[in-house]
Ligand binder design. Sequence first.
Ligand code: ASP
Length: 353
Amino acid sequence: MKLKRLQVNTASPAQPRGSVLVIYTGGTFGMAFDGSGTLVPFDFSRILGYLPPLKHLALELNVVSFETPIDSSNMGPDHWRIIAEVIRDEYDRNDGFVVLHGTDTMAYTASALSFMLEGLSKPVVFTGAQLPVSEPRSDARENLITAIEIASAKKDGKAIVPEVCIYFDYELLRGNRSRKVESMQFDAFDSGNYPLLAKAGVKIDYNHSAIRQAPEGPLRLHTRVDPRIAILKLFPGITREAVRSVLRTPDVRGVVLETYGSGNAPTLPWLVAELADAIARGVVVLNISQCPGGMVILGRYETSKELLRIGVIGGSDLTTEAAVTKMMILMGEYDRDRAVELIQTSLAGEMSV
Ligand code: ASP
């Protein structure tokens, strides 16, 4: 996967008030209809043609693009690593970063980046669009311009939002608390278990008490990823064979168990036996809820007591996106015991403890 640096002639002002790096990865944002009516990526260096106001932001804008922009359904750990490395390499030169990304897996990439970029003290704002920037009714213009504003926003010389977040449809959300919830309307994301970090109207209203404090110390990257993770989503009537096929996936190291309500599962003896067997084989089983709001409290009901007893660990209010990426990165970086300890610790504001 190659990157290219693009010349976007924003005619940098003599005294820019800051510098933002835009990392363009693809997605609907940068597409235009070709002659046959199919959406295909357009040459991003032509962005100013679609977004003349970029010239008036009084910022130095740098752009790095995936050489071949991709639909975010094709994003994976290698792309997360590349984005993290670009941010590290450009860290000192820029006040903030905007990642232009397809909406489909944006919450996964934003979650992954929040775990990869330990010690982050500058904004990394993900955004994209539901309609291509070339369309008259597109949401791309507002999303990108406000994302750039947020990425460059400072108070007393310090970044106002020193964390990985998603800006979409006038709302700023914590990245590792977000989920894509809508594919037709413009309000594509929500974060049911965490308040908005900001709301954009005539001015941008920051919710300072919800925004993370910048940590002390330098930026440290964690880019070793172990993808041997699986998801087991329970449903009434699930068969032993279906459960087995997931828990016995060859080489699987971690399973995200999606349970009901506050972490409940059927008390079927075979289910408990299959889970206990997986745990005995060293598989880490992390319990998160299928509910978009609330959290797992293991042992609250009889239906989760057994899970606690056999060694299933509780994921509190982690989203699926945060649970999967957190497990992949911690299992890639640490041995099993350390990973289990850290999975239950909030590392980047991703869960309530
Ligand atoms: N399929 C597109 C993507 O995720 C959708 C979008 O960008 O909104 O790349």
